[in-house]
Design a binder for this molecule. Sequence first.
Ligand SMILES: Nc1ncnc2c1ncn2[C@@H]1O[C@H](COP(=O)(O)OP(=O)(O)OP(=O)(O)O)[C@@H](O)[C@H]1O
Ligand SMILES: [Mg+2]
Length: 427
Amino acid sequence: MPRTPKILVVSPDDRLQAELTAALKGIPDLAPVVHHVAEIRPGIEAARNRRPDLALIEMTTDLRALKVFAEEVSRLSPETTLAAVFSPMLFGPDVSESAILIEAMRAGMQDFLRRPLSRADVEQLIDRLDRRSAGPTAVRLGRIVSFISNKGGVGKSTLAVNVGCGLGQRHPEQVLLIDASLQLGVCANLLDLKPATTLTDAVQQRDRLDETLIRQLAVPHESGLHLLAAPGDAVEAAAIDDDTMSRILTLARRAYDYVLVDTFPMLDQVMMAVLDFSDRAYLVLEAVVPTVLGAVKLLQLLDQLGFPRSRQRIIVNRYTGSTDNLRVGDVAERLGREVDHVLPYRKKLAIAANLGQPLVMTATRWWGFGKAIWGLVGEVEAIQSAGRGAATAEAGAGKVEPTNNGAVREVIRPEAPGEARRSVEGG
Ligand SMILES: Nc1ncnc2c1ncn2[C@@H]1O[C@H](COP(=O)(O)OP(=O)(O)OP(=O)(O)O)[C@@H](O)[C@H]1O
Ligand SMILES: [Mg+2]
């Protein structure tokens, strides 16, 4: 499985970005998500929102600024490794490199990279990062599982709610469902909850948002599941951007063992943020030709985005087996993938939706819909948290894309392992 470290780069120099991209591209089995900002203040804010595994900050002669950055980032995102990037001539020819490093360490830096960046140095730094994140002080992070589709009405919300209640029964108070179907959230209705707080409160209180507040904003359901409900209306929904969603997910997986995300069928920036964090994405579809054709496109897109196949699973929902439907084998053939789960059509789901009583709470576990849902619950339990966000690397290495806060988000496509190895041998 490719490693997917989140890296924040703080430097006014765009060339550093290019150097890093080139160095990272040569490292096998790596699909990093790189976010670049030019200045210290937005850098601190980005660290707070995204909790990167690594923050690379370009050293200047202003060591006070470096110290402020280190202090703030250590406070706001303790798991982030801080590394200074320095040019050996920074302080002039009379100051030795070791003197520079000592100053940087005093300022709170934990690691270093010399410019121009070399692939070997960057690779070693990433290896050290891996060892740290596997160490005894590593933060235990919950698993993030999203339900996605590019066609509406296929059953994402139904499945998210039912899996959520099943998981909630097994892990009371440790499962959060985030209704990120922002404009048309239905999870509260499906659970017969009337939430007094929603994602809108998370946005409004974003400056004081932490693990405790996330739990306070979530509403408990009798199953043991907690729900962070969708905003009340479309105007409120528009206030949620990718940075806010990243922050909410970052905190949610520290507060809960499992975070399920119900989504809206549209691949926008918010959805990209959800994918960035997903340890698993369940692609939900129905066995009818137009939906399957749409799913083929979505799978291609996930591949182009560098979202690893090992994190994708396919669910055929509302399956009747009648001649009006494609057979499961036909679906698999058209998708060029195996179908991982088949959930039967159940009329009772309409009644369950109207009553706000998820079917999993009453259905038998031994066959049909109940059995399939409990199968999904077990599969989610078995997911190993990557402990880091998954990559959604853009097609084309080093594509740079502005985000809402004016920062630049760069994502790097992993090379085919063979290619990467060749370039290591060659270089
Ligand atoms: N296995 C099933 N059998 C029968 N009906 C189902 C099944 N799964 C979902 N449904 C019904 O299909 C309809 C759409 O389901 P749901 O709202 O969960 O889809 P969705 O993918 O979340 O839709 P949207 O894209 O609009 O958010 C609902 O009426 C739901 O009760
Ligand atoms: Mg829905």
